[in-house]
Design a binder for this molecule. Structure first.
Ligand code: ADP
Ligand code: MG
Length: 253
């Protein structure tokens, strides 16, 4: 059984890409077979795992347009995960996709072809609620929503939940919500704890534990082309993602 998780938040800079890279690496460390999907035309995930997006010939865009099979596009990263990469050409693919039949189903159909090869598929979404993100929600079993624990402004969350609700109603009735993963968390401040409580109460969403601590190590890792599990193996940031991975593994058994 493959579990596909869409990591979604239409706000940029909340830790989506970092979560996909680090959680994927933590699952791979536990011997799981992991595929990461970079759905962001910015190619941040691709870059952060040591692959220059400009050097990528076949992206997730060609796969969505039916011009390439997923296996032709998938590459292997230094962290031992497989990656369906992205680059700026995915912007054009997205524009083309908007007028194509089955646009929202195309990622699911593509991932179905390779799902047997993986225990986990983690999809890194762009900072929009457009056709790419809806495609990810349509392909997923679960949604994980990274949220910065340092800002009280979470105005986009209602809109995101509306989109998830629509996808459940019309496309993917089985879609579940794992919950909110607090990122950039400074547990020393009352403020950060208050933000988490406020999210829990306002949206009635589960909070995924533990919160991911705020540390500069996360910004340093992509420059080396590895996740934090490769660059700062024993750091509390790496350990937090291992704990999230372990709770996913327990939840699946
Ligand atoms: P998104 O994909 O949602 O736009 P990113 O994962 O790219 O967000 O993170 C945005 C920035 O914040 C990056 O520079 C990243 O290194 C940094 N970052 C991510 N998680 C943390 C964290 N827990 N602590 C400190 N910085 C973080
Ligand atoms: Mg990103």
């Amino acid at each position: 059984m493959t579990t596909t998780i869409a990591v979604v938040n239409q706000k940029g800079g909340v830790g989506k890409t970092t979560t996909v890279a680090s959680l994927g690496a933590a699952l791979a460390e536990r011997g799981q077979r992991v595929l990461l999907v970079d759905l962001d035309p910015q190619g941040g995930l691709t870059f952060s795992l040591g692959i220059d997006p400009e050097d990528v010939d076949i992206t997730v865009g060609e796969v969505l347009l039916g011009k390439a099979a997923p296996d032709d596009a998938i590459v292997i990263t230094d962290d031992g995960m497989h990656l369906l990469p992205s680059n700026i050409t995915v912007t054009q693919a997205e524009e083309t996709l908007v007028s194509r039949t089955g646009r929202e189903q195309r990622l699911r159909v593509a991932l179905d072809k390779v799902a047997d090869d993986y225990d986990w598929i983690l999809v890194d979404c762009p900072p929009t609620l457009g056709v790419l993100t809806v495609g990810a929600l349509s392909a997923a079993n679960q949604v994980l929503i990274p949220l910065q624990a340092e800002t009280l402004s979470h105005r986009g969350v209602g809109q995101l939940l509306d989109t998830i609700h629509d996808v459940k109603q019309f496309i993917n009735s089985e879609l579940g919500i794992l919950g909110v993963l607090p990122t950039m968390y400074d547990g020393r401040t009352n403020h950060a704890r208050a933000v988490i409580r406020a999210i829990e109460e306002s949206y009635e969403l589960p909070i995924v534990q533990p919160p991911i601590p705020k540390t500069i190590r996360f910004a340093e890792a992509p420059a080396i082309g590895r996740s934090i599990l490769g660059t700062s193996k024993n750091h509390k940031g790496a350990e937090a993602y291992r704990q999230v991975a372990d709770s996913l593994l327990i939840g699946n058994n």
